[in-house]
Design a binder for this molecule. Structure first.
Ligand code: NDP
Length: 483
């Protein structure tokens, strides 16, 4: 299983290599084997990407939205045609089971390209009547955008950033996480095949230093980061120094609140989806599962039964529905949190151990009797660790759910219609669900509040984050002056 790309970077419509850059080994976390060797970008590669992007901007922004959109929609079709190969690559890149990558990664990327491809021709300013005079607005692209991705959804993140940016007439330089560099290169090649002009979408590899070089360059007008809160703070500050636009999609510690009238099986399904999909490496996961005390033991029993049915193993086997962590480093972080949970007195219901097999496998882990002050209830773990906290009272659980710096997502399970809406209205979170969890279709804005982020991805809302308005006042009569 080798996934070696033609070269490390994709700049000016073609693969580009510069072996002077630091070596990046792409490790398949299911067995620890190296599946590709790349090089991080040298300053020369970064410079070439910036120059080529800047040069490509005038012609790309001058095209009609319909023309731009057609290219994006063509790319969506190519991605769908090659979904299996792209999904296998995503599995090698991340370790996520093929059962997931076949439906969740390239497929959601294609959705974004199709959606924003369709939207591109509809982007307009507005006409503002002012008596005889009038004003109008022109919706302009921002210019050169930098996208920086995390390692959990490399292809989806690249598409969620590229599709709206390009639809709005911007050009982009994308830097994937150095742990998962492969998917974005394929996206660049497919966009080129679909007719994207050279230089409109470029991929450069590297660690944080390459990201930092891009973010601080004065030619860059916008930065969109998906990553952790600490990295977000650094990147936001660097972008602010240059007065650049930002979108920050950062981490979370989201509450999933289950009332005693909820459909128990649905609530258990949501807790599983919101904690164990992608082995828990999802920013919006509902990792604080608040369960009403009256149903807590029944919930835990069903949850433990269902978790014991997880098919853990070779991610390339389509029967597998639970795979490894992305890396040894992330495995160590998650095991550290599990140890802290036990040391601080949480009750381990199931899991809690590294599996005795090659690869970065941690058993799906459930803790009960978790209290608000415990480390596992406060910090983002980014692994398959579900914490159950008890509650009795609606007002109390809302206050506890909000008692965090994070504000990415939240959910409520109840059959009481008014309570459902009352609770989500009170949650300090950017994205909420009622009686379901973690569904993020492209038609719906996605993003966080508080430390979890700034701006929104997807939906029409993303257009506001990849364009700016020029206002034009048109005088139709004589010009009055005081003297
Ligand atoms: P990191 O924050 O470590 O890294 C994110 C990206 O930023 C990587 O490409 C990284 O490069 C790059 N980077 C690091 N330092 C800098 C810098 N100073 N300037 C510019 N770029 C920099 O996140 P992870 O990759 O570890 O991803 C996990 C995190 O992402 C979790 O906290 C999770 O919550 C969050 N996330 C948020 C999502 C959301 O939409 N809200 C979705 C998915 C994940 P490199 O990795 O090469 O060092």
């Amino acid at each position: 299983m080798i996934a070696q790309p033609e070269a490390s970077h994709f700049v000016n419509g073609a693969y580009l290599e510069d072996a002077e850059g630091p070596q990046i080994d792409v490790i398949y976390p299911a067995d620890g084997r190296s599946v590709a060797t790349l090089h991080g970008a040298t300053p020369d590669v970064v410079e070439r990407a910036l120059r080529t992007a800047q040069a490509a901007l005038p012609a790309w922004r001058a095209m009609t939205g319909t023309e731009r959109g057609r290219i994006l929609r063509r790319a969506a079709d190519i991605i769908r045609d090659r979904n299996r190969a792209l999904s296998e690559l995503e599995t090698l890149d991340t370790g996520k089971p093929l059962q997931e990558t076949l439906v969740a990664d390239a497929a959601s990327g294609a959705d974004a390209l199709e959606y924003f491809g369709g939207l591109a021709g509809t982007l307009t300013g507005e006409h503002i009547p002012l008596g005889g005079d009038f004003a109008y607005t022109i919706r302009e692209p921002l210019g050169v955008c930098v996208g920086i991705g995390a390692w959990n959804y490399p292809t989806q993140i690249a598409c969620w950033k590229a599709a709206p940016a390009l639809a709005c007439g911007n050009v982009m330089i994308f830097k994937p996480s150095e742990q998962t560099p492969l998917g974005a290169l394929k996206l660049a090649a497919i966009l080129t095949e679909a007719g994207l002009p050279r230089g409109v979408f470029n991929v450069v590899q590297g660690r944080g230093d390459v990201g930092a070089a891009l973010v601080t360059d004065p030619r860059v007008n916008k930065v969109s980061l998906t990553g952790s809160v600490p990295t977000g703070r650094k990147v936001y500050a660097a972008a602010a120094a240059g007065m650049k636009h930002v979108t920050m999609e950062l981490g979370g510690k989201s509450p999933l609140i289950i009332f005693d009238d909820a459909d128990l099986d649905d609530a258990v399904s949501a807790a599983i989806n919101g904690n164990f999909y992608s082995s828990g490496q999802i920013c919006s996961n509902g990792t604080r599962v608040f369960v009403h005390r009256a149903i807590k033991e029944a919930f835990l029993q069903r949850l433990a039964d269902r978790v014991s049915n997880a098919v853990i193993g070779d991610p390339m086997d389509e029967a597998t529905n639970f795979g490894p962590m992305v890396s040894e480093a992330q495995t160590a972080i998650v095991l550290g949190y599990i140890a802290k949970g036990q040391a601080e007195g949480a009750r381990l219901v199931t899991g809690g151990t590294r599996l005795d097999r090659p690869g970065c496998f941690i058993a799906p882990t459930v803790f009960a009797d978790v209290t608000d002050g415990m480390t596992i209830a406060r910090e983002e773990i980014f692994g398959p660790v579900l914490s159950v906290l008890d509650f009795d009272d609606e007002a109390d659980v809302i206050a506890r759910a909000n008692a965090t710096d994070f504000g990415l997502a939240g959910a409520v399970f109840t059959r009481d219609l008014t309570r459902a809406h009352r609770v989500v209205a009170a949650l300090e979170a950017g994205t909420c669900w009622i009686n379901t969890y973690n569904l993020t279709p492209v038609e719906m804005p996605f993003g966080g509040v508080k430390a979890s982020g700034v701006g929104r991805e997807n939906a029409k809302a993303a257009v506001d984050h990849y364009t700016q308005l020029k206002t034009v006042y048109v005088g139709m009569g004589p010009v009055d002056a005081p003297f």
